[in-house]
Design a protein around this ligand. Structure first.
Ligand SMILES: [Zn+2]
Length: 533
């Protein structure tokens, strides 16, 4: 019998964390058919992987590619990293459900993070997934449902706890998304309108979805100055009270007064685990965050519709009050504005700001940095992406090396010629996974290669309850990456982010080559995955 494909002579690191071993991998019909010594086997395509590692395709536990994959269906920036599945719907932002608000309103409210040029026409997870698949997509996506979308869909965009009617509607819409295969419910508790939710409200929402097999709660927590402990306590409380596993998103310490407090945070997580809560976290391998100006603006200013928010920024007395609050800085920690760098703006008029720091913009405009933030955010109607250099390298290493850590880039799958062509996105869009393998594993020996691969494959697959991916085993989907462990390295930088990495030779999604000899093939074999598959 001839196989569709044989990958010969590589070191197979199977995603379980176990040591690699020399083996051939045979694929047919999109599935792994055999793993072992297969000298006599024939195949339509043969890849010589000697000197290379063969691993399961990377599962990006934390992406925001929900709509970018409609603009840039090749997902080049991730495909070239070896990513085969993008987990979407993070930080409370999913492009569904639209509910009675409708897709247009949903887009107006969530467009500051879910940036795209395509029109939003779908209402439910199913509608969005079928658009994605009929359009064609190179990578798999594993959707989560975002609680900000639920709030908008239920009309709860004011800065207050949801009413009983709104709660009922949000629980109904969340359940509907889970019936359609959502993997988890996510929050983004430092953004409006997600942040308007009380702990009670979140427990109630989580209770509505906890009954679904494999469901979990993914949280971008209530971050901010002085909140690195309380943000974990709230996540643990919600998980415990709703009896739902918790994925703590992009763990970090961004308050420079508390760098080095990682062990205190880990102690809380380990205690919760000892008490029976299944809580894990993801992390990206950089000391800079990606955010937007809204995250620094007081929540009360952002309530209601985007038009109402912009009207407040335009109103001079209100604006003065906002500037005042910003300057005093919640938590007593004024941002270091020279570490805030503009990554994306939509208007041509402000394209020149891309790559500039807030301090530079303020100097140019002859105003204080806080006023510069408000001016630019108003000119761009609330859609200004930024990169913020706000973490300590030692903390990043500490967090990534813990056994309950898995990797997630927090980046988007984009094409260098597409949606973000004129932007300077965070280099994690292009480099997160090769950076772990090259910099942290090969050069600095922060963890063994098998451990790093496990944190990119088998471990996130287990969190997601994906039974047919994340490992190299007979019968599983043939999502595979072939890379050179001696050459793999990120090349994307903050100055020049649109750079593919070195050392990622071949990537297969559902048995079809998406990257061959380091080049994108244009194939679109990706699927929208569903919980329980
Ligand atoms: Zn986030």
């Amino acid at each position: 019998m001839a196989f569709d494909l044989i990958i010969r002579g590589g070191a197979v690191i199977d995603g379980s964390g176990k040591p690699g071993r020399q083996a051939d991998v045979a694929v047919s019909g999109g599935k792994i058919q055999a793993v072992g010594s297969l000298p006599a086997a024939e195949a339509a395509a043969v890849i010589d992987a000697s000197g290379h590692v063969v691993a399961p395709g990377f599962i990006d536990m934390h992406s925001h590619s929900d709509v970018t994959l409609l603009d840039d269906p090749g997902g080049e920036s991730k495909a070239h990293q070896g990513v085969t599945t993008e987990v979407t719907g993070n930080c409370s932002y999913s492009p569904f459900p639209a509910g009675s608000a409708g897709p247009k309103t949903l887009r107006e409210q969530l467009g500051s993070l879910l940036i795209s040029n395509v029109e939003w026409t779908w209402n439910t997870l199913d509608d969005w997934a079928s658009d994605l698949e009929s359009n064609g997509v190179s990578l798999n996506v594993a959707p989560q449902v975002g609680q900000a979308a639920l709030r908008v869909a239920a009309g709860a965009t004011e800065n207050r706890p949801a009413s009983p009617d709104e709660m009922r509607e949000m629980r109904r819409l969340a359940s509907e998304a889970f019936e359609q295969g959502a993997f988890s419910l996510s929050t983004g508790l430092s953004f409006a309108p997600s942040a308007y939710a009380s702990t009670e409200e979140l427990v109630s929402l989580c209770e509505a979805v906890a009954r679904y097999d494999g469901a979990f709660y993914a949280t971008h927590a209530r971050t901010g100055a002085g909140k690195h402990i309380t943000m974990i306590e709230e996540a643990v409380e919600i998980g415990r009270r709703a009896s739902v596993p918790v994925q703590f998103s992009h763990i970090s310490i961004t308050d420079r007064r508390f760098y080095g407090d990682g062990p205190k945070m880990l102690a809380l997580l380990e205690q919760a685990r000892a008490d029976g809560l299944d809580i894990t976290y993801d992390i990206y391998p950089y000391t800079a965050a990606g955010s937007n100006f809204n995250e620094t603006i007081p929540l009360w200013v952002q309530k209601g519709s985007n038009d109402e928010y912009m009207a407040r920024l335009r109103d001079l007395p209100t604006r003065e009050r906002v500037r005042d609050e910003l300057t005093r800085a919640a938590g007593g920690l004024r941002p270091l504005w020279d570490t805030w760098q503009v990554a994306y703006v939509g208007s041509d008029a402000n394209k020149g700001l891309i790559g500039m720091t807030v301090e530079e913009i303020a100097r140019d405009r002859g105003v204080e940095p806080e006023e510069a933030v408000l001016q630019v955010n108003l000119e761009e109607e609330g859609v200004v992406s930024v990169v913020v250099h706000n973490r300590a390298e030692s903390d990043v290493r500490y967090f990534m090396s813990q056994p309950i850590a898995m990797f997630g880039s927090d980046g988007r799958a984009v094409s260098p010629d597409g949606l973000y062509a004129s932007a300077k996105p965070h280099p994690r869009f292009y480099g997160a996974y090769p950076r772990v393998l090259g910099r942290y594993v090969r050069e600095d020996a922060v963890m063994p290669l098998e451990t790093a691969v496990h944190k990119m494959t088998g471990f996130p697959a287990r969190r997601l309850g994906l039974r047919d991916r994340g490992l190299i085993r007979e019968g599983l989907a043939a999502d595979l990456v072939v890379f050179d462990p001696n050459a793999v390295m990120d090349r994307a930088t903050f100055e020049d982010p649109h750079q593919y990495p070195d050392g990622i030779a071949h990537v297969f999604v559902n048995g079809v080559a998406v990257i061959a000899d380091g080049k994108h093939t244009g194939a679109r074999p990706g699927r929208a995955l569903r919980r329980g598959q």
